[in-house]
Write a protein that binds this ligand. Sequence first.
Ligand SMILES: Cc1cc2nc3c(=O)[nH]c(=O)nc-3n(C[C@H](O)[C@H](O)[C@H](O)COP(=O)(O)OP(=O)(O)OC[C@H]3O[C@@H](n4cnc5c(N)ncnc54)[C@H](O)[C@@H]3O)c2cc1C
Length: 453
Amino acid sequence: MDQAKIDWDGFRGDIEGIEIEDSPQTVRLKSRDYFWYSPILNEQLRKCWAHLVVCPKSEAEVIRVASACAKWRVPVTPRGGGTGNYGQAVPLVGGIILDMTGLYKVLEVGDGFVRCETGLLISDLDRAVQDTGQELLMWPSTRSQATIGGFISGGSGGIGSVRHGVLRDDGNVRMLRIVTLEETPRIITLKGPEIQKVHHAYGTNGIIVELELALRPAVDWHHAIALFEDYTDAVRFGEALCREDYDIYLISVVDKRFSPFYRTLNDVFPETRHAVFSMVGPKTIDAFKADAVAHRGAVSLMMSDNELEAAGLPPVYECSYNHTTLQALKSDRSWTYLQVAYPQPYDPKIDAVMREEFGDDILRHHEFARERGAYQLFAIPLLKFTTKERLYEVADRYEALGCTVFDAHVYTIAEGGMKVVDEVQMAFKAEADPHGLMNPGKTSQAEAEMVLG
Ligand SMILES: Cc1cc2nc3c(=O)[nH]c(=O)nc-3n(C[C@H](O)[C@H](O)[C@H](O)COP(=O)(O)OP(=O)(O)OC[C@H]3O[C@@H](n4cnc5c(N)ncnc54)[C@H](O)[C@@H]3O)c2cc1C
């Protein structure tokens, strides 16, 4: 795809009246996401920039932009908050960044569901549904910067997943409204299992303008930390919390060697103890404390949102998922991370072997979540980065020990988490993006090589 051949004046003429940003500084800033977590992706993506940022404010404006992009063959990379980790919102071949944050309206909150535009910040959406006594089923730890459209297009699950499963699970996302990338764009509404056509497709097969999510009655979640001398005890405590009759929204097990990255928490997460960060409902607080003691641990923090704010402490969800990695990177940019699914039940031998072979170059961090109803154990270990070869040597070692590694150091869907080309999503791409203009190069390595030439 050759940028030089695009008639930018013609394109601008067709979208006249719609806000654009073309200062080089803004365009470069909005061409980035959190790919720099990976030194490998940083090398590949740090010089990839769009030509222009276009900021529609309504579905009608999105349709005009989609039509102009199809007519002038302009590549389009949708963008929400730009918090994705794999360069999902980075344009490989220029074109425009479609900044979706101008579509931020909550359209309807009903009993058990919310319908909204997709550029809305997740924290704003959650606040709106909380006003009705309900809450979102799950959100990423980036909730105050990330949009709900970006979560559906690029995310998988997060805080709440130990209770309600992942985004992919039936009934969590109820409807997606898509604008196609054609000269005369169409609106396609996907419901039920059909949402898989577009969920986690990195904005490669349609612009999601509106969506509907399931809601549950709100719980007054308390921020909890339990401390353990032994890491296996901490994981076993996490396993014990995985019960239908417990109100638990987060179970994140973090190695004590993370403690120096959390200075503000040192009184409640000292360097001598491994921690389980959790969000616990009022009816489960007593059981949580008793279970911690039964696993040779003790609770060091149990606070409501208001109490936490008054104490000047960060929310526990900022000590979970990829926020844990972020805290380490803030102190030392030589860390990176892996994404690993562990066999069930937890076998401490895996971590013992990794410790023996890689020592302090790996710091343990596990997350509990449900998928299709079953509890699963995932890990986001920190890894000291030296070379690409060594990173994959460590990944291979995890796999030899029975784990599955989801590659966080590639920007394509097929070679990353999914591990295969998703034929259903590719068939929908042929329908919704017939000119292959949406986030080109992100579906598979083969497509990337084709568009990069
Ligand atoms: C510190 C940290 C913690 C994180 N924790 C989690 C976590 O707990 N769980 C999790 O799943 N992820 C997590 N992530 C990844 C990311 O924050 C989430 O997936 C987030 O929801 C992405 O939203 P966003 O608005 O920033 O999306 P962006 O990064 O802007 O976009 C993500 C992808 O979606 C596409 N896209 C955006 N909007 C649309 C649209 N309207 N239509 C079509 N395509 C669109 C983009 O092109 C891109 O491919 C984390 C990242 C960081 C840096």
